[in-house]
Design a protein around this ligand. Sequence first.
Ligand code: ADP
Ligand code: ASP
Ligand code: MG
Length: 411
Amino acid sequence: MALVVQKFGGTSVGSVERIRNVAKRAIATQKEGNDVVVIVSAMSGETNRLLKLAHEVIAIPEAREMDVIAATGEQVTSALLSLAIHAEGGQARSLLGHQVKILTDGAFSKARIKTIEGSKIFSTVKKGQIAVVAGFQGVDEHGDITTLGRGGSDTTAVAVAAAIGADACEIYTDVDGVYTTDPNVCPSARKISKISYEEMLELASLGAKVLQIRSVEIAMKYGVPVHVRSSFNDSPGTWVTGEDKSLEDVVVAGVAYDKSEARVNVIGLHDKPGVVADLFSSLAEKNVSVDMIIQNATTGASDRADVTFTLATTDLVRAKPFIEEVGKRLGAQEIRYDQDVVKVSIVGLGMRSHAGIAARMFRILAAENINIQAISTSEIKVSCLVHEKYTELAVRALHDGFGLSEDKSAK
Ligand code: ADP
Ligand code: ASP
Ligand code: MG
């Protein structure tokens, strides 16, 4: 007998009809002789609706109350699924984050899981019931409700699987698995049958929202094999697992894009030691995370430098006053902001052993007349910031250019 964790995302529980299908799948898995723990997201669109409601009441809502509101989406689906399982003749019990208990730190809206108690889940499945755990939510040491960040039900699933020593962690979603790029943007995207934790981690952190970054980090840390697959069919999906030699052969495994960053251009700063340190320490003090950074000399002024960086668009309103203040102090002549940007990235373990991949990426973008505004690289990825209007074009050109559209199985 195996212990199986199955997570169903927003689209998969998006209607009563779909919740019934999930109920049938969970019951079928149990009938095969398994103990079943199901993790559910809120119905699709629900979390956005709830967050918007709060913003209609007040412009900057208190973080603690936002989490109380946002967590209700998953509360509703967990009970609905439990009822649907009863309606289909099975037995189930809904469990909220604080009932399980999923203990997190107190960082509302981006809480991190500290510990998960297995006893409630074990006693539930021992009674022959399917444990239906509300994803995305936890409780901090003061008893306050927390949420794990957008897409956080993936993290609940992997963390629960690790905590209870599950034999399988299945992530059911609205696509057949992890693709070489977002199949909703690039029609020639192909399903990947197996991908390493490291590559998945990069893809997730560079915008591929099919798995939340934190869920991949936990899977990698505890060695939880994750199977990403469709809730609408029985086709095998993608296995996210440890590296093996065959994965190293792939130079570029996938292309990702991220529209959630904004570019800030600080022009004409004094060019002397400590200026850049000052600028970024001031931002760090205010808890603003910066992603890409480039510095160059201001055209025509030998004692001046320009610094360009990107940060989350959601942080921009809050960060603007600090940027203006510190920029002025450091002699900036002008500060420009641009939200119409997208970061396109290529990811692959094979980059470690192949030279010239970045140059090839730049050439592919140049051939499409796409101007690159900023670049960042790491061992297994290259990212370029370009105008947002080129998102589809850039993704498709890179996908084709690196041979990802070709049917490898046919060769
Ligand atoms: P769920 O609600 O099931 O958690 P999400 O919407 O969070 O689903 O994630 C699935 C979506 O991720 C897909 O519909 C797809 O548009 C997007 N996506 C982005 N990059 C990829 C990729 N490389 N492979 C598969 N899906 C991707
Ligand atoms: N409902 C949450 C969200 O929309 C968590 C999730 O679906 O994973 O972000
Ligand atoms: Mg998701």
